[in-house]
Design a protein around this ligand. Structure first.
Ligand SMILES: O=P(O)(O)O[C@H]1O[C@H](CO)[C@@H](O)[C@H]1O
Ligand SMILES: [Mn+2]
Ligand SMILES: [Mn+2]
Length: 406
């Protein structure tokens, strides 16, 4: 029983998805391509990192072997000498989308077997009556953007006009999202949140997964910067997740970072926020200290996706992986007998792939604990096996989806 610690390295795919071609992602491989670029000396950055990808702790947990199982090839630079010390394998996504909520909900035992609504990749991207309703109900002079875009690029392009006109920057992507970027002071953070609540209601009939507030600061295109006050307004998962089932059984569920937002605040009893992977790692350690037997600590490490994957920054992604790897022992040494640590991801975001969207990939499933006997667990037919493993480990009734791999 004791505790379960679940860490999602957001977007850390390991290639090989059988249905990748359906998404235009055949051959995408976040880990494999980062490792290849590092080995070729193409991911060196002065003062940040250089040379082959070094992930000694993840290696010992079986990352390289999980990737080999997933794609049939060994990522360059990883170690295959030592036998891993935990359970290693990969997960196959059954949900129809390659977005964050689909990945997380499926991990939590609820695959998404319906299609989200999407906005077309054309200008304008949003239906006219929706735009009109947003302007009216949000009491706005208009909106900017109205297209598919990368969030950092669009604030550079339209941030100054936004400050001048007071029109929020509305954009979307290949995900089921309506994103609103607005200046924290000139537009106002609370006002942005209120606007997102209005838009949440308006896009419900369109089956849009998330409305996302994207506040930023700075005065000119050169220095605009997004802040940690991002907020996601998600729809509810269609069935109770393992989080709900644990909370209903009186367990504490610690949600670190975006977790609570992703689950529309359901089933999370303790919310811990942090800006950036390092702070999120600290919060995770704090939650592990607080967690009692039967509790779940569920953390999302967003930087991999938002700062490096979507930005197609290979060196940045590699450095973030190496930094996470270097801190992993701090987490492992806090685990007690009977605890279970699971490391996984929610989708891919191959930084070498064309475009800036997520990529359909398998995800690593690495499982470690003081009492876990090492072995491969192969390719799991659904991410829901993770949630079910946690349910069984923590001693609640089995759920309808997935099977425990322990
Ligand atoms: O480019 P930014 O704003 O980071 O947006 C990214 O983040 C969104 C939510 O995860 C995705 O839809 C993707 O477009
Ligand atoms: Mn994600
Ligand atoms: Mn993303």
């Amino acid at each position: 029983m004791p505790r379960a610690i679940l860490c999602v390295l957001d977007s850390f795919g390991i290639g090989g998805a059988e249905d990748a071609a359906r998404f235009g992602d055949a051959g995408a491989d976040t880990l494999g391509h980062i490792a290849r670029a590092c080995a070729a000396g193409e991911a060196d950055r002065e003062g940040l990192r250089s040379g082959p990808l070094r992930l000694p702790v993840l290696d010992r947990l079986g990352l390289g072997r999980a990737a080999e199982l997933s794609t049939g090839t060994r990522p360059e630079g990883l170690d295959f000498e030592e036998e891993p010390g935990g359970l290693w394998g990969y997960g196959i996504e059954t949900s129809r989308g390659k977005d964050t909520p689909s990945g997380h909900w499926e991990i939590a035992g609820v695959p998404v077997d319906f299609d989200w609504g999407y906005f077309p990749n054309e200008v304008p991207s949003f239906p006219e009556d929706l735009t009109r309703a947003i302007i009216e109900r949000g009491d706005l002079p208009g909106i900017l953007g109205n297209k598919h875009a990368s969030g950092t690029v669009i604030i550079q392009e339209l941030g100054e006009e936004h400050i001048k006109t007071g029109k929020p920057i509305c954009y979307t992507s290949a995900d089921s999202v309506f994103q609103i970027a607005a200046h924290e002071e000139h537009f106002g953070l609370e006002r942005l949140y209120k606007l997102c609540e209005i838009v949440r209601e308006l896009v419900d009939p369109l089956n849009i997964g998330r409305v996302i507030a994207r506040p930023f600061v700075g005065e000119t295109a050169e220095d605009f910067e997004r802040t940690a006050n991002r907020r996601d307004y998600s729809v509810l998962p269609p069935e109770p997740t393992v989080l709900d089932r644990l909370a209903a059984d009186g367990r504490r569920v610690f949600g670190i970072g975006k977790i609570s937002d992703i689950f529309a605040h359901q089933g999370v009893t303790d919310v811990l926020k942090g800006a950036g992977n390092d702070e999120l790692f600290d919060r995770t350690l704090e939650a592990i200290e607080k967690a009692e037997d039967g509790n779940l600590v569920f953390a999302n490490f967003i930087d991999f996706d938002s700062l490096y994957g979507h930005r197609r920054d290979v060196a940045g992604y590699a450095a973030a992986l190496e930094a996470f790897d270097a801190r992993l022992p701090e987490m492992m040494e806090r685990l007690r007998e009977g605890d279970l640590l699971i490391l996984t991801a929610d989708h891919g975001c191959d930084p070498t792939w064309p475009g800036t969207d997520h990529t359909r990939e398998h995800v690593p499933i690495l499982c470690w604990g003081p009492e876990v006997a090492p072995r491969p667990i192969g390719g799991r037919p659904t991410f829901a096996d993770i949630g079910e493993t946690i349910a069984i480990h923590l001693g609640i009734a089995p759920g309808p989806n997935g099977a425990s791999f322990r």
